[in-house]
Design a protein around this ligand. Structure first.
Ligand SMILES: *[C@@H]1O[C@H](CO)[C@@H](O)[C@H](O)[C@H]1NC(C)=O
Ligand SMILES: *[C@@H]1O[C@H](CO)[C@@H](O)[C@H](O)[C@H]1NC(C)=O
Ligand SMILES: [Cu+2]
Length: 170
């Protein structure tokens, strides 16, 4: 029975997590470049903790620098230790709720519009539908959720993603 519970946990983790974590390619097909209105792009999108932003651009042409609100307005970074992402395929996991500000800090790209501000909300995915037989485990065995409780399922998924990609946590 413990083995069965474990298998159910694996299935639940595999099915449930992608249902509430969304990957956004910033700018969609245009990517991260001059001439795109990223305010318009972000409009109407709801970002949640666990979602990811992908900044796609030709390496060397642009970069991605996380800044605070004041620096976003000025299109400059006052944080001497902050390093821009430069891979051209930059994956940022939205790990905490709140406002997030990103700019390209090459030449005058930011004042020309290469700046993105979003507001990230607490994750609120629909609860996974209970699987038949998983709601009342026999006494003495652990429930599926006991092996991979909600937050841990998420962590397992994140660790797998981390191992596979060039990503940072923002
Ligand atoms: C970008 O889009 C926003 C929202 O649609 C709009 O208010 C703003 O004027 C646009 N900016 C430019 C430079 O077109
Ligand atoms: C400056 O950047 C570093 C590295 O990204 C970051 O850990 C730190 O929180 C930033 N400091 C401020 C005040 O934003
Ligand atoms: Cu740029």
């Amino acid at each position: 029975m413990a083995m069965k519970g474990f298998l159910i946990a694996i299935i639940v983790a595999a099915v449930a997590v992608p249902a509430f974590a969304t990957d956004y390619v910033v700018g969609d097909n245009a990517g991260w470049k001059l001439g795109v209105n990223y305010t318009a792009w972000a409009e109407g999108k709801d970002f949640f903790v666990g979602d990811r932003l992908m900044f796609m651009y030709t390496p060397g042409s642009h970069n991605v620098l996380k800044v605070d609100g004041a620096d976003f307005q000025k299109c400059a970074s006052s944080n001497a230790t902050a390093k821009p992402l430069t891979s051209g395929n930059d994956l940022i996991t939205l790990a905490t709720p709140g406002k997030k500000w990103y700019i390209c800090n090459i030449a005058d790209h930011c004042p020309k519009g290469m700046k993105l501000v979003i507001t990230v909300s607490e994750a609120e995915g629909p609860a996974p539908a209970p699987l038949p037989g998983s709601s009342a485990p026999p006494p003495g065995t652990s429930a599926a959720g006991g092996i991979f409780p909600g937050p841990l399922k998420y962590t397992v998924w994140m660790l797998a993603a981390l191992a596979l990609s060039n990503m940072v946590v923002a």
